[in-house]
Design a binder for this molecule. Structure first.
Ligand code: F6R
Length: 612
């Protein structure tokens, strides 16, 4: 889960590479390095610690060259140490390689090369790639490309790599299998990167590589081949993200910035997906697969983490609006299950990054079983979006904070749009109802603004409870998954124990843990189970637990049963997750700030998890 950038052009490679690495800093890293080539020499700089330290080292050394590769590392094999930092070189110091992913068979390959006299210098799995390329070149591979193809054919696991060769200063090579990699096309300059934000200031024109493809990149273009060396035709795509979207714009953390972006983001989604005059949904992606959708008698939503929680809310929404039976599965389980559903089942995969390894594997499995696959992704051109039969993009813009916030809300919003579309298609929703539902959705941006306006109060409440031993989040019906997501955010960002329960389950066990050291966030907007929720709150208070209620504005009674109340705008119960989730995001954020946590780089977590 590292980041890669490569550059070849007319300007100083180190400046572009360092700038790109800074844009990937949010991924969290423990070391960084780069390599350039100039006058037949390879220059390699590696540094454990911050990018500023790497910058200092580069200034001291005055690293030349207008072609190079860089890497920020989040250690998987081998501790953060100088020798384990990328780029890795081959034994002859001819080749430099940066790698993202895991080479599963590196131990066997290392043994093989060691027995032939190759000396290894790191504990990483990545070094084997540089050593293999060097080995094949020494053994007589005719070209760098040929040596890279041979090396890649030896690997098991996943990789995105960029390769630099001091004997071929006019080109960079990049390849992928299971980890993202794209080529950026500029004006007499070209880039390779694992993540679009690294190159957005320079170009938005990209070619996404597919698995087992190799890009040979020169100053004015790239040729893409497969591992047999045959040229493959790849379409160019345009990334429509704004440079400012990948900057903090005065906020202390990306997470807070992204929470505040949500009203604007929903407005943008509405503009793109709605004909305001006719209150008509413009979901061309779904129109194109209308036949498959109308044949679907069952939907399985599969996703991980926060996206899974969005899926649980999606089930309620789909069944409510379209009447289609919907199941929700965690991808890592779904991918290994005996699938009994038939070909009339639509598998909807939800993923912000579009790269979660388990979700991708489950898409492949569903396709093998003949099921239709639709994905809801944020990152354009990501693996899941490309491998699914069809894709609906979230249009949330780049999400940099490790914790999902705006992408979660965008997932929910898109799920409402899909469900209303399905409801119309299945003739469950009549035109008048569709018009009133859509009107209600157009109010969401201003309602989210209102929730954000409550931030000072939410901050005060979060600070008040930041010292508690344990936080419970409880909800019912469509707000139970909101409770799951609220607890998930607290665990991720605050690094504290938090658990979520359906309110009705509390009395079947978890209530045994409630005492004055436990604070319970009780999600209680007006709903068909409101009275039951109030009764749960009373049970918690009877055991000295503290109650923080999230309730609808104007609910004057709720204060009697809660220690503190966060009021959110009143909406139909089915839409309540939109307002409730934003309040919970602010609560988790301020709770974590009070705890002194590294908000954008939570411990042990990475933004996209491609490995199993
Ligand atoms: C939560 C979070 C993770 C992701 C999960 C799935 O804040 O960031 O739980 O939701 O790893 O990631 P995607 O949606 O990219 O598949």
């Amino acid at each position: 889960m590292s980041g890669i950038i490569g550059y070849i052009g007319d300007t100083s490679a180190v400046r572009v590479i360092l700038d790109g690495l800074r844009r990937l800093e949010y991924r969290g890293y423990d070391s960084a390095g780069l390599a350039t080539v100039c006058d037949g020499e390879l220059f390699v700089c590696r540094q454990v610690g911050t990018l500023d330290q790497l910058d200092e080292q580069i200034r001291a050394q005055a690293v030349p060259g207008s072609a190079g590769i860089g890497h920020i590392r989040w250690a998987t094999h081998g501790v953060p140490a100088h020798e384990n930092t990328h780029p890795h070189t081959d034994a002859g110091d001819r080749i430099a390689v940066v790698h993202n992913g895991i080479v599963e068979n590196y131990a066997a390959l290392k043994k093989k090369l060691s027995s032939r006299g190759v000396r290894f210098r790191s504990e990483t799995d990545s070094e084997i790639i540089a050593q293999l390329i060097g080995f094949y070149l020494k053994r007589g591979a005719e070209t760098l490309e040929h040596a890279v193809h041979c090396a890649l054919m030896d690997l098991k696991g996943n990789y995105a790599i960029a390769v630099l060769d001091k004997h071929n200063p006019e080109k960079l090579l990049a390849a992928r299998s299971g980890s993202p990699m794209m080529v950026g096309i500029g004006e007499r300059e070209m880039f390779v990167t694992s993540d679009a934000p690294a190159i957005i200031p320079y170009t938005r024109r990209v070619i996404f590589l597919d698995d087992y493809q190799v890009a040979v990149v020169g100053r004015s273009g790239a040729v893409i081949t497969n591992l047999s060396g045959n040229v493959v035709d790849r379409q160019e795509s345009v990334i429509d993200w704004d440079v400012t979207e990948a900057q903090k714009e005065g906020y202390p953390y990306f997470m807070l910035k992204e929470i505040h972006e949500q009203p604007r983001m929903i407005k943008k989604i509405l503009l793109l997906k709605l004909d305001f005059k006719r209150l008509h949904l413009k979901l061309e992606e779904l129109q194109a697969i209308k036949q498959k959708l109308s044949a679907a008698h069952q939907i399985i939503i599969q996703a991980c983490g926060s996206s899974y929680h969005a899926g649980l809310i999606g089930r309620e929404i789909f069944e409510y609006f379209s009447g289609i039976h919907t199941d929700v599965e965690v991808s890592s389980e779904f991918r290994y299950r005996d699938l009994t559903a038939g070909t009339d089942c639509l598998v909807l995969s939800i993923s912000q990054s579009g790269e979660s390894g388990d979700t991708l594997a489950a898409v492949r499995r569903a396709k093998q079983k003949g099921m239709s696959t639709l994905s809801l992704c944020n990152v354009v051109g990501s693996s899941i979006s490309r491998e699914s039969d069809s894709v609906l993009y979230l249009q949330a813009g780049p999400e940099i904070g490790v914790a999902s916030t705006k992408s979660f809300t965008a997932q929910l919003f898109n799920l409402y749009l899909i469900a209303i579309f399905l409801g119309m298609m299945k003739r469950i929703i009549k035109r008048e109802l569709k018009d009133s539902l859509i009107k209600e959705l157009t109010f969401i941006p201003s309602l989210l603004k209102k929730v954000l306006g409550e931030e000072p109060l939410i901050e005060a409440i979060a600070h008040k409870y930041a010292g508690y031993r344990d936080i419970f989040c409880v909800g019912r019906g469509i707000n139970y998954p909101c409770a799951l997501e609220g607890a998930h955010k607290l665990r991720e960002i605050a690094g504290e124990h938090a658990s979520a329960y359906p309110a009705g389950e509390l009395k079947h066990g978890p209530i045994a843990l409630v005492d004055e050291t436990v604070a319970c966030v009780c999600i209680a907007p007006k709903s068909q189970t409101y009275d039951k929720m109030v009764s749960t709150m009373q049970k918690i208070r009877a055991r000295n637990g503290r109650v923080i209620a999230i309730a609808g504005e104007g609910d004057e009674e709720i204060g009697k049963y809660a220690d503190d109340v966060i009021f959110v705008p009143v909406v139909q119960e089915i839409f309540s997750p939109l307002v409730v989730s934003v309040a919970l995001q602010l609560f988790a954020y301020h709770f974590a700030v009070k705890r002194g946590r590294e908000i954008d780089r939570p411990k042990h977590l990475a933004k996209s998890v491609m490995v199993e």
